[in-house]
Structure formats: C-alpha cells, structure tokens
Design a protein around this ligand. Structure first.
Ligand code: MSP
Length: 643
C-alpha cells in the first residue's frame, strides 16, 4: 500500500471541452480508481488553465470580461466531469487566490536566487499553443506543433535560466527510463529538444494583462505555462509544506496528451530543479483521438460532444469504448460505428449475455438461489485459472498504463465463461437427477466468475459493476470491498437469492450496419473515364491523383493481438504519420526502422484494429504468398515523389 498522486492537464476554458479532453480525464479516472481499489492512498487532481492571451482574446471577441468568460465555461467543465463520474479529489482553477499567491511566491524565489533575470525577448509566439519559438524551430514559417500562424513578439521580458539545468535534466532522463513514457516520446524530447541545446525561456509578458502579476514588476504577467505547470504543487498547498504536499509530492503520474509532453518533461522539471524540489516520477504522453480531418479540435470544427454521446449510449458504454478501443499511447480513430460495434459485441453480447444466461439458469434450475459447488472438475478449473490469469494480466497492464490491455484481459475471462457455459451445458445436467451436484458446481462457477468480473471492472466502468452485484443479489458494492478478499475465488457465499433484472447493455439497432472497408479499398480511385471503362486502362491524369511518396520509417512495433499487423511511425513530407500495415509475417519490426518505403500519401485515413492508419505502403506479393516491400533503388530522402 502506498500513495498515488495523479494529475490531468489543466484544460483551457476557451471553449467547452470535447471527447478528446474527456478521454484524458476518463483514463486518469480509471487509474485513480484502480489505485484506490488496490489500497493506495490516492490524490487525483484536475482543473483549468485560465490565464493567457488566448483566453483574453476569446473573451474580448465575446464582449465579456475574461473572468466572466471563464466562469461560464468552467461551470460546464465541472458539470461534464460530474456526468462522467470523474472521481477527482480536487479541482484547481488558476484564477483562484491559493494558486495566484503561490505562483507569485515561486516567481519571486526564482528571481531572488538569480534563476530568473530581466532582458528583452524577440521571437515568435503561437497563441493557440501559448508557446515561444525561435526562427529556426518554425516549420515553413508556422508553429511546429499545431501548424498555425505565429506572431512576431518583441518585448521586455523576464527569462528563466533553463540552459543552466539542461545537463542535469538529460542525466535525469537517461537514469530514469520510466520518467518519460512511452519511450518514443523520450527519444523525441532528448533528440529534438535537449541535445540541440536549450535557450533560456521567456517567462513573462507585457503586451496583455490577463495573467498573474509579477509581484515586483506589475507591468508584467507571468507566462501562462509557468503559471499553469505550477498548479501541480500549488494545489497541494505549496510553498507551504502542508500535510497534503508532504504526503503526495512528487507526483506519481502526470498524464498528458503527446503535444504537451515537452512542457512537462523540459520546462516543468527545470522549474522544479530550480526550486530544489523532487521531479514527478512519470510523465505519460498519450495519443490523440482523431476524426476525419485530423486531431479533434474546436478550431477545426471536428469535435464530438461527450454529453450528447452519454445521453445517446450511456456513460459506461462511452467509458468502455474510449478505454478499450485505442491502445493507450497511440493515436486512435474515433467513429460512431466502432463505438456501436463495441457496445453490441463486448458489452451486450459477451458481458450482458453472460449475466443474463447465468441468472436465467439459476432461476430456472435452482429457484434463483446461488448453489453450493461440489468438487471442481478440470473444466471448472480452467475457468478458475483464467480468472487468476486475467487478474495477473490486468495488474501488469495497469502498471504499464496499458489500459486497453487491462480491459482485454477482463474480457478474456468473459469469453472463457461464455464458452464454459456451452461446454458444461447446464441445461443437459438439469435433466438428470444424478447430476445435480455437477449442475450446482457449474452454476456456482458461472456466478462467481461474474462476481469477479464485476470486481475487476471497478476502475473502468462506474455503473455496471454495481448492477452486476445487485443482480447477483449481493449487498454493499464491489468498489468498497477489501481488494485482497474481493479477488479470492470462493468469496461468493452460496444461498444468495439472485435478482435478475433488465439486460445491462441493450443492443443498439443500426439501420444498415456498415462493414468497415478494408483499407485497401479506400484509395481515392477516380471515376472511370469512358476510355477506362472500355479498356481497363487509366489516363495519366487519373494516375496522377494518387500521391506516391518516399517515407522514412522512424519506429515500428507489432500490433498487439494481431499476427499480421505492424504499426509504423513514418516521416513523410516533413510530418510524422502512423501507418498500420499487414506485413508482420514477412518483416520484423526492427528490420523496418530506417527503411525508405513508398506510401500512398493522399489516402483517406482509416482505422485498423482501432488504430489510425494515415496512408498505405506499397508491397509486391506473388501467388506463393511471398511479399516484398517496394523501396527506392538508392536512398533518396523522405518526401520524394514517385512518378
Ligand atoms: N492548458 C494546457 C495544459 C496545461 S497543463 C499544466 C492545455 N490545455 S488544453 O485544453 O488544450 O488541453 C490539452 C489536453 O487535452 C491534451 O494534452 C490532451 O490531454 C487532451 N486532448 C485535447 N484534445 C485531444 C484529442 N483530440 N485527443 C486526445 N486528447 C486530447 O494544453
């Protein structure tokens, strides 16, 4: 038993939040609930990042004061977290006095000790990201993170002596492999930002005033990222060494989206080092939820409102889909079809049916009472073994933050139990008076498996475990049990009167179920010209609509649960993309890294096994089942056009 301090990013209340923000918060909630369940003392913090130029402009455009503007949105955010049953222990707003006073104290301390100094800033600023960039860092004159326009800024500023701490930070990162995760993000930070050298960071602004005033120079407001990052300690009471602070700092996990890993693994540790404080144990940068048109974001207008989804499909269905569908850490493609498929297969068919069948049979064959088991046979032992193996997998996955794998482990047990019912055939046993003890053993095994499933699901789903519990006729709730007792086979006492209820996940009827097309069929093949229709030939114009490019493979890994798929990270036309390709039986992941391959660069993104695939690689295959990648005859560089 230990302590576990987990945080989400504090969100900008520039607009109402969408399902992408909910994704991070639900994942953090599952981790917080898991650690509470296993007996850790948990502190789970979320909140809002309310200052800065972006918010000030938004409020101006809406014709209200920044405070009035954020108050309205923050009320909606709090309401959203309630609807999603987020179990946070605190919610910090950066406009609260407790935070503002603490940030001023931090700024003052860093200034007094010489880690902050005054100078002049001249460079570029991305207001949507609230990030400073040097000329060299821009990509084709735009923000390298979000691709939007940047503004030239020239103003008197305070600077943080980041350069002084860079070597110490590199050493820390190298010595603590769990500090930045997944490991690809660690490599990116070290190679792209730390190794090329850090410049001192501008930490105050003078051209607008919606921020925390620098205590000794009120013309300046504190840079919004210094203000925001500090929330992780100010919410605990820092600079007072409160009980909360002493108990919970350093954080065990800062969970963030991949685009802000840089602030959390470079800027934030350097602030902490300068303050003489320990660094967070782990920063995990998860992937994005993407829709057609790329990362879901309000400014692109491609957002999904979580409230509408909950109303339509129910809270646990949404939580399950988000946590199960996307390998945690990778980008994932959101589609309503995939959501419905998950509800109908995993939740309605597998879990819902297991409960329904079990309770119906107990009702029919034993007056609704959970019977006493007799001697377990080999078949029963297989289910008991699976219940233990699923738990081991679940625990290991949660340690590694592989939330989707943890859920997959639980559903392995659900599937095994459904198969067990078919194999044990209680309906046949019921017909034979000599097999009553055997019938009782099978019915007990089914009920106890379901009880364990309810216990295992506690961190992830918020309504379902209690519903299963209630239908099994149990009192109390599966979340309040002592964990080590709750996970023991045999906890369920025979003699309980079950209470069969409505199906816990009704199937969603879809008018025309759309089969997911294989990715190969999604190439934007042009309409056939008359000439084409006759001869099967295409014109040069038709061919030229397919944008074939050279891409360089940066990373490759096997897709979990698939023999055929490799997930590649490639660089093409200056940007990184994820491509999922069916080549795992022919190429090892490690052989792929560094290769230049040919990809269809203008292929509409598609989803394979819940993973986003943003392009297709070309390979040749023959009738003997051999496969060979198409590669340039000599290295020519990514982005080169294949024509
Ligand atoms: N205010 C800063 C964070 C400061 S933390 C000290 C900020 N806010 S934000 O409102 O833009 O929220 C960004 C976070 O929301 C991401 O890091 C991620 O956790 C989550 N997401 C926003 N859009 C998302 C997707 N489309 N997909 C997944 N997560 C998304 O940055």
């Amino acid at each position: 038993m230990g302590k576990y301090y987990i945080t989400t990013p504090i969100y900008y209340p520039s607009d109402n939040l969408h399902i992408g923000h909910a994704y991070t918060t639900i994942a953090a909630d599952a981790l917080a609930r898991y650690h509470r369940q296993i007996g850790d003392q948990v502190w789970f913090l979320t909140g809002t990042d309310e200052h800065g130029q972006k918010i000030q402009r938004k409020a101006g455009a809406a014709g209200v004061s920044p405070q009035a503007y954020v108050d309205g949105i923050v009320a909606n955010i709090k309401d959203l977290w309630q609807r999603l049953q987020i179990s946070n222990d605190d919610f910090i707003r950066t406009t609260e006095k407790r935070h503002e006073k603490a940030v001023q104290a931090i700024f003052e301390q860093l200034y007094r000790q010489g880690d902050i100094y005054k100078s002049e800033y001249e460079g570029w600023y991305c207001t949507p990201c609230e990030a400073f960039w040097t000329e060299r860092q821009l990509k084709e004159g735009k923000c390298p993170d979000c691709g939007r326009d940047v503004e030239l800024v020239k103003e008197e500023s305070y600077f943080l002596r980041v350069s002084k701490y860079a070597d110490r930070l590199i050493k820390h990162i190298e010595e603590n492999p769990e500090f930045i995760q997944p490991v690809s993000r660690k490599n990116e930070m070290v190679n792209n930002f730390l190794k090329p050298g850090l410049e001192d960071l501008c930490v105050s602004r003078t051209t607008f005033d919606w921020g925390i005033k620098v205590p000794f120079d009120s013309k300046h407001v504190v840079y919004v990222w210094l203000d925001a990052l500090s929330n992780y300690i100010t919410a605990l009471g820092y600079p007072e060494k409160t009980d909360l602070y002493c108990k919970y700092w350093p954080a065990d996990l800062h969970l963030v989206g991949k685009e802000i890993v840089r602030f959390h693994t470079i800027t934030w540790p350097i602030i902490l080092m300068a303050l003489g404080l320990p660094l967070p144990k782990r920063v995990f940068g998860h992937g994005w939820l993407v829709l057609d048109g790329g990362k879901m974001s309000k400014s692109k207008g491609n957002v999904i409102d979580p409230v509408l989804l909950i109303d339509k499909y129910g809270l646990d269905a949404i939580r399950y889909y988000l946590l199960r569908e996307i390998p945690f850490g990778s980008d994932g493609y959101y589609t309503e079809d995939a959501l419905i498929l998950r509800i109908n297969t995993d939740l309605a068919n597998d879990l819902g049916n297991l409960l329904h069948r079990t309770l119906s049979m107990i009702e029919k064959f034993n007056q609704g009472v959970v019977p006493s088991p007799g001697t377990y046979q080999d078949l029963d032992q297989q289910v008991i073994k699976q219940s233990q193996e699923s738990l081991i997998e679940l625990k290991a996955a949660m340690e590694k933050l592989e939330i989707n794998t943890a859920l997959a482990a639980i559903f392995k047990l659900v599937s095994r139990a459904n198969k067990y019912i078919d194999e044990a055939a209680p309906w046949a046993l019921a017909k034979n008076p000599d097999l009553q003890e055997r019938l009782h053993t099978v019915l007990y095994t089914m009920s106890e498996t379901l009880r364990l499933v309810a216990v295992y699901l506690v961190p992830f789903l918020v309504e379902t475990p209690a519903k299963i519990w209630e239908q099994l006729g149990l009192s109390g709730s599966p979340s309040s049990l002592e964990y080590n007792d709750a996970i023991k086979w045999g906890w369920l006492k025979p003699g309980v009167q079950t209470r069969k209820g409505n199906p816990i996940f009704p199937r969603i009827e879809v008018e025309k179920p759309k089969e997911e097309q294989p990715v190969e069929q999604k190439i934007a093949v042009p309409e056939k010209s008359p000439a084409t229709q006759e001869t099967g030939q295409i014109t040069i114009d038709e061919f030229s609509r397919i944008d074939l490019r050279i891409a360089k493979v940066i990373e490759a890994e096997k897709v979990e649960g698939s023999d055929k798929l490799l997930k590649l990270k490639v660089k093409v036309l200056g940007a990184e993309r994820q491509i999922v390709a069916g080549i795992a039986q022919h190429y090892q992941a490690s052989d792929m890294v560094g290769k230049e391959i040919v990809v269809v660069a203008n292929l509409k993104p598609a989803k394979l096994r819940g993973l986003l695939s943003e392009g297709m690689l070309l390979a040749a295959s023959n009738d003997q089942g051999q496969l060979a990648l198409v590669t340039p005859e000599s290295m020519i560089g990514e982005g080169a056009k294949v024509r």
